[in-house]
Design a protein around this ligand. Structure first.
Ligand SMILES: [Zn+2]
Length: 283
């Protein structure tokens, strides 16, 4: 089976050293090995966040299906704390939400929003659990792993666009939120993850593509550098990048839009604070 090669191309030491050796501030050189390990075919799934080691096809089916009975306490957003006992909206709730007026419409929409929020949180919880399981089952230590994608809701493919909640182009009153900057419709794709760093030097990088579907090599190098930098926290036992943040002292990201270690890796260079921390200073 042919595996992914976006990391073979982009994580070479010669390709990423530019980011670590800027303006004569040589502080970290990350030597990536030339050794490429091909995973076994049954480890090579499209979405590691749908990994089910026990299933015959290793890819969990029907992830978007609703359960008729659940008891989920909402964690995020304006309805946090509310317990949803059943995610399936009733026909009357849909009718009132779309065609109703006044209090009847408001009540029905609130009920459906809570159910959608519970569904979305459970889908995401399951994604995180299965992603972690894939890494535990398949990822060697000290490795950068070229994965295909994390989960349909976080890939550039259209697989994550569902119609469980009426379709994302309709019902613009229906949004969910996971504590991220933007609300999303539960049927839409929820975003795109460009990399994750785990314990034991394990790093996963998905296919990052441009509008034509080709691998975006520049973006892949930035995302890889960002995740490798997270990895240096455990390798070197260094301070957190944002070690002056009293609200979240464990935060290993810079303040938004200030350097390569901001939460979305929006910059192409490390800022002064990041350079200091990477050189071993504590502030
Ligand atoms: Zn990060």
């Amino acid at each position: 089976m042919v595996g992914e090669n976006h990391i073979d191309i982009n994580a070479l030491e010669s390709n990423i050293r530019f980011y670590f050796e800027t303006t004569a501030q040589t502080f970290v050189r990350y030597n990536t090995s030339v050794t490429v390990t091909e995973l076994n075919p049954d480890q090579n799934v499209k979405y590691i966040g749908l990994w089910d080691a026990a299933a015959s096809n290793r890819q969990k089916a029907n992830w978007a299906a609703k359960k008729t009975v659940v008891n989920h306490q909402i964690l995020f957003g304006p309805h946090a704390g509310f317990v949803v006992t059943n995610e399936e909206p009733t026909p009357q709730e849909w009718t009132n939400a779309i065609h109703g007026v006044g209090a009847a419409q408001t009540t029905a929409r609130t009920a459906i929003i809570r159910k959608a929020q519970a569904w979305a949180e459970r889908v995401q919880d399951e994604f995180f659990a299965m992603e972690d399981q894939w890494v535990r089952d398949n990822a060697p230590t000290d490795t950068i792993i070229a994965i295909h994608y994390y989960h349909p809701k976080y890939s550039p493919d259209d697989d994550g666009e569902t119609t469980v909640w009426g379709g994302y182009t309709n019902n613009n009153w229906l949004v969910v939120n996971f504590g991220r900057p933007h609300d999303v419709h539960p049927d839409a794709r929820w975003g795109e993850f460009e990399g994750t760093s785990y314990e034991e030097g394990k790093i996963t990088i998905p296919r990052i593509t441009d509008s034509t579907g080709a691998i975006n090599n520049v973006r892949t190098r930035v995302a890889t550098t960002h995740e490798i930098t997270h990895g240096t926290r455990s390798f070197f036992h260094r301070a957190n990048i944002r070690n002056d943040n009293p609200v979240d002292p464990d935060n290993d990201h810079s303040s938004s839009n200030t350097g390569l270690m901001d939460p979305t890796a929006s910059q192409f260079q490390f800022n002064q604070q990041e350079c200091k921390i990477l050189k071993g200073e504590t502030r």
